[in-house]
Design a protein around this ligand. Structure first.
Ligand SMILES: Cc1ncc(COP(=O)(O)O)c(C=O)c1O
Length: 380
């Protein structure tokens, strides 16, 4: 039996999401058509919108359906900058953002944006205290993620939103790893926008949402039929959004109890790592999502350890980007001040709704030897 500890990459679909999708897959009718079949499809989309809004603490008109977290991040950053430049040409993002934000930010820089990076502490927390200074120049948008996907560290998004508002900048959080794992209420967060993805919470791959406060007018980044407040053209997908909404309701309802269950399993992995010489849990001293543990094992290559665990039936991740199948040093850990060696020696264990105590038992059986073997391989 395989032990799947890579839920932050994608988590198995839950039954309620699958049922909601299957119920809609056979339906005919374009949600933009005026006839009865079209209106029925539209009803499914709008009920999903109301349900997701309720799960996230926003108004239904604030939900913009997208193809996932990546598109939501692209839409917000590019759409905000395009709407506000040249008067507000600066875009600030934290150094530990997902590539969906960092690469969009870099692309905006190539188009002439004043693209500025916010530092993070050695614990992996964005230094939002720097924002008043960085926002002295007229700024279009600020993006600080809610939960980091590599370390699980919870970020001060409410403070970031306050600083942004004071400076007239729009605030955004990539909340892809937050939904279902930490309490998330869009209205009280003070944020202008947040990105979500269904497949991280037990919904289908290929659908997500940008939550966008009413009154924030982005420029569209794609053009067509003008669906989704004219921001995201394209035929709506009733089965996908119904599956997403069902998964969100399921994940948000059980979040308080699931957080306690996962925190217990997380503490067991922390303790297991602490028993290994030269292993350090990143972000252990600050608030983390209970679903992610990131450990640096000095003196090895994370890829080697990943493959040894894979051979032993355990799926893990380095959490960072791959180029041609080879992991690069983690930009997140480099931004936290780790050396290139350390940033290449870190593994992410991520937990979810199917993770059991037996999965952690198996990890405990296998990890110490795998670390030893990987260190020997690295020494060669
Ligand atoms: C923090 C974060 N943002 C964005 C994404 C991308 O989401 P999607 O796969 O829905 O495009 C991910 C997924 O890896 C993520 O972890």
């Amino acid at each position: 039996m395989r032990r799947y500890l890579d839920h932050a990459a994608t988590t198995p679909i839950v039954a309620v999401a699958m049922e909601a999708m299957v119920a809609e897959l056979g339906r005919v009718g374009n949600a933009s058509s005026l006839h009865a079949s079209g209106r029925a499809a539209r009803r499914v989309v709008e009920e999903a919108r109301e349900s997701l809004a309720e799960s996230c603490g926003c108004h239904p008109t604030e939900v913009i359906w997208t193809s996932g977290g990546t598109e939501a991040d692209n839409l917000f950053l590019t759409g905000a900058w395009a709407a506000r430049t040249p008067q507000r040409n600066r875009v600030v993002v934290s150094a530990i953002e997902h590539p969906a934000v960092l690469e969009t930010h870099a692309a905006l820089a190539r188009r002439g944006a004043d693209a500025v990076i916010l530092d993070v502490s050695s614990d992996g927390v964005a230094e939002v205290g720097q924002l008043p200074e960085l926002l002295a120049a007229p700024t279009a948008a600020v993006s600080v993620m809610w939960v980091n996907n590599e370390t699980g560290v919870v970020q001060p998004v409410t403070a970031a939103a306050e600083y942004a508002r004071a400076a007239g900048a729009w605030s955004h959080a990539d909340a892809v790893q937050a939904l279902g794992h930490v309490p998330l209420d869009f209205a009280t967060s003070g944020l202008d926008a947040a990105s979500l993805s269904a497949h991280k919470i037990g919904g289908p791959v290929g659908v997500g949402a940008l939550l966008l406060r009413r009154g924030i007018e982005l420029s569209p980044i794609g053009f067509g039929g003008g669906q989704e407040r004219d921001l995201r053209s394209g035929t709506l997908a009733p089965a996908l959004v119904a599956g997403f909404a069902a998964a969100a309701r399921w994940a948000v309802e059980r979040q308080p109890t699931e957080a306690v269950r996962l925190a217990d399993l997380q503490a067991r992995i922390d303790a297991l790592a602490r028993r290994i010489d030269g292993a350090n849990v990143n972000g252990a001293a600050v608030e983390r999502s209970p679903a992610i543990v990131n450990v640096t094992f000095d003196g090895l290559r994370a890829d080697d350890l990943l493959m040894l665990l894979d051979d032993a039936g355990i799926d893990t991740s380095t959490g960072s980007a791959c180029t041609a199948g080879v992991s690069q040093p983690s930009d997140v850990l480099l931004a936290m001040g780790r050396s290139t060696d350390q940033a290449s020696a870190s593994l992410r264990f991520s937990l979810g709704h199917t993770t059991s105590s037996a999965d952690i038992d198996r990890l405990a059986e296998v990890l110490p030897d795998a670390v030893r073997t990987a260190r020997t391989a690295f020494g060669r």
